[in-house]
Design a binder for this molecule. Structure first.
Ligand code: PLP
Length: 405
């Protein structure tokens, strides 16, 4: 009997879990930790959505198995969202599937379309499911940069030229978790042309579709004419409507990929609890003022974070989108590495952040700061950080740049 399980052997220790465990222990010991580690929204969903959940849960016939690919009304609601937000036309029957969170959708798709040894192009740094969903399914990952510049396209070309077997799948995630980088439609136009020429499927993760702060709405890859020939895209209700615990997401786009995903899901699950799906319909079809309000709230938090941490001696680049800021370690402490720095912030400053190395080797030297505490707590975090930096002998004064700090 082997105790060395093939898939488990391919999973390295989850670095972020180490910091999470330390945070949980500190909290259990009664410490007040300002938690900017996990991307777990602290805001409630809209009241009418909660009301709809309760109303439908009262119905005696709402408690059986649901439909694995999602109830028809919810698939229609998602198609309508794509039509009004992106001008993209989708057939709710063949081009939309409801998933139990986009994370489940991504991993089920990986199971559906990956053969052992397939090469998947994934960004580094990236949200872990973008690589590990495929590694669990038996794939080999070839990393490409996350930053969507000329070097990105050069690395795609190199990957095609030098990898055997040729890569067959490309993952994109903009706005990026963890780097908060964004793209414009011209980027997707070039990417779709490249993918068609190279016969590569595009899997786009658009979890942060509604959290953008520079006035430019985040595009969808499916806005490119003909993208549906090769692309599937995931969205999530977790961040848009602060419904992370409800586990509600979607995949839309290419019919073959949607069919493969639906087929695997039909073996794995019976769909989300019907009252949750009905409430998700209410969120998508109902008033959207909460989406704008949350966008403004995260925008304000971002400004407070950048301003107060800057005054504390740590310069944080303002995120253009998503709910994260991606910050390089203060230069004087760079040697420490992102894991040790995150541990010290937790124990010395009582502030939890996510170490960049947890998102891939190219995340080393950075930490991800989630804007999931209110403005007052963010300012408190900045004060704590300042005390910690000073205790480490870091120059936190306005002359720090000249001094190399
Ligand atoms: C880029 C990205 N994709 C997917 C997810 C998972 O979202 P869901 O809650 O829909 O599974 C997250 C969650 O943080 C994310 O950041």
């Amino acid at each position: 009997m082997s105790e060395e399980f093939y898939r488990i052997k391919r999973l390295p220790p989850y670095v972020i879990a180490e910091v999470n465990a330390m945070r949980a222990a500190a909290r259990a010991a009664g410490e007040d930790i300002i938690d900017l580690g996990m991307g777990n929204p602290d805001l409630p969903p809209p009241q009418h959505v909660i009301d709809k959940l309760c109303e439908v849960a009262q119905k005696p016939d709402a408690h059986g198995y649901s439909q694995s690919k999602g109830i028809p009304g919810l698939r229609r609601a998602q198609a309508n969202y794509y039509a009004r937000r992106f001008g993209v036309d989708l057939d709710p029957e063949t081009e939309v599937v409801v998933t139990m969170g986009s994370k489940e959708g991504l991993s089920s798709l990986a199971t559906a379309i990956t053969a052992p040894g397939d090469v998947v192009l994934a960004p580094n740094p990236s949200y872990p499911i973008h690589t590990f969903g495929f590694i669990i399914a038996g794939a080999t990952i070839r990393s490409v940069p996350t930053t969507p510049d000329e070097r990105y396209f050069e690395s795609l070309e190199r990957a095609m030229a030098f990898t055997v077997p040729r890569p067959s799948i490309l993952i994109v995630n903009y706005p990026s978790n963890p780097t908060a980088e964004t793209v414009d439609l011209a980027f997707y136009e070039r990417l779709v042309a490249w993918a068609k020429e190279n016969k590569v499927w595009i899997i786009s993760d658009l979890a942060y579709s509604e959290l953008y702060y520079d006035g430019n709405p985040t595009p969808s890859v499916l806005q490119v004419p003909g993208a549906k020939d090769i692309a599937i895209e995931f969205t999530s209700m977790s961040k848009t409507y602060s419904m992370a615990g409800w586990r509600m997401g979607f995949a839309v786009g290419n019919k073959q990929l949607i069919a493969a995903l639906s087929r695997v899901k039909s073996y794995l699950d019976y769909g989300a609890f019907t009252p949750i799906q009905a409430a998700a319909c209410a969120a998508l079809n109902g008033p959207q003022d909460i989406v704008q309000k949350n966008r403004e709230l995260y925008h304000k938090r971002r400004d407070v974070l950048v301003e107060s941490f800057g005054r504390a001696g740590w310069d944080i680049p303002p995120a253009k989108a998503s709910m994260f800021c991606w910050a390089s370690l203060p230069p004087a402490l760079r040697e420490m590495g992102s894991l040790e720095f995150s541990k010290q912030l937790l124990t010395q400053a009582k502030v939890a952040v996510a170490p960049g190395v947890g998102y891939g080797e190219d995340g080393e030297g950075y930490v991800r700061i989630a804007m999931v505490e209110n403005e007052q707590r963010l300012r408190q975090a900045a004060r704590n950080v300042k005390r910690y930096l000073q205790s480490m002998g870091v120059n936190t004064g306005p002359d720090r740049k000249a001094a190399g700090n």
